[in-house]
Design a protein around this ligand. Structure first.
Ligand code: MG
Length: 247
């Protein structure tokens, strides 16, 4: 049902935009979905230690596996086996690049609640630097549903809201299939993503429609392997226990 809705919304938006206007001039509210609210449930996080064949992307001590987008040393704060977004230091990304993978990542929105909606505990995990799995304090906060925690931002609403309280650790387990492109850049197959939030399926083989866009509709652009990117949205969101298994 949601997929059908996504298609319909997409079709309506395409005809409305005609994709002719420059993206910057578009109204970001057009791609927000407010009227479908995922049911709120209580879930217990699964803090899975890395299996023997995993690539560990954070050792609890330093950001040696990460850089800024320009390739400089990542400057987020590392403390007590976790690291935290340092406001204004910018996004960071892994030095290693990935195609298809399984990902485990744990995150925590700030215990001291500040801001609201998209300004409360916002970060994000950009798969292949392009496709955002939203990180947000969605415990008792109001925002558009396709922008809440566990959404594929502005594309797919999570099946339920499994968000735990701010200040509590939570986990995403992700199975990601990268998009396939022909030699001349056409999409042969879109990306797909399955996400468990605190052990609960919230995205079930969800089709990703293109790179995450704040304004307007996504449009695929051909690419190869790419990094995991974490978003500096200005909120002190923390991360720990990050590992990937290539598929
Ligand atoms: Mg975000």
């Amino acid at each position: 049902m949601r997929n059908i809705l996504t298609v319909l919304l997409g079709a309506a938006a395409v005809s409305a935009f005609a994709q002719a206007q420059p993206r910057e001039s578009l109204d970001p509210k057009v791609t927000e979905v407010w009227d479908l609210k995922p049911k709120k449930i209580t879930a217990n996080p699964v803090f899975a230690e890395a299996p023997s064949d995993a690539i560990v992307l954070f050792n609890g001590k330093d950001l040696s596996e990460w850089t800024t987008l320009d390739g400089a040393a990542a400057a987020w704060e590392v403390k007590d086996g976790a690291f935290t977004v340092a406001k204004g230091k910018g996004d960071i990304k892994t030095k290693k690049t990935f195609g298809d993978f399984q990902l485990h990542i744990e995150w925590r929105s700030p215990a001291v609640v500040e801001g609201e909606g998209q300004g409360r505990g916002n970060s994000g995990i950009f798969l292949q630097e392009r496709y955002e799995l939203q990180v947000l304090d969605s415990y008792e906060s109001v925002t558009y549903s396709n922008g809440q925690a566990g959404s594929i931002y502005k594309q797919s609403i999570p099946l339920v809201n499994a968000t735990r309280k701010p200040g509590e650790w939570q986990a995403y387990d992700v199975v990601y299939t990268a998009p396939r492109f022909s030699d001349n850049g056409r999409v042969i197959a879109p990306a797909y993503i399955t996400v468990l939030h605190n052990g609960v399926v919230i995205q079930n083989h969800t089709q990703i429609n293109g790179p995450t866009e704040y304004k307007g509709l996504p449009v695929y652009v051909s690419h190869g392997k790419a990094s995991l990117k974490l978003q500096d949205h200005g909120n002190p969101v923390s991360f720990r226990n990050i590992w990937v298994r290539e598929l």
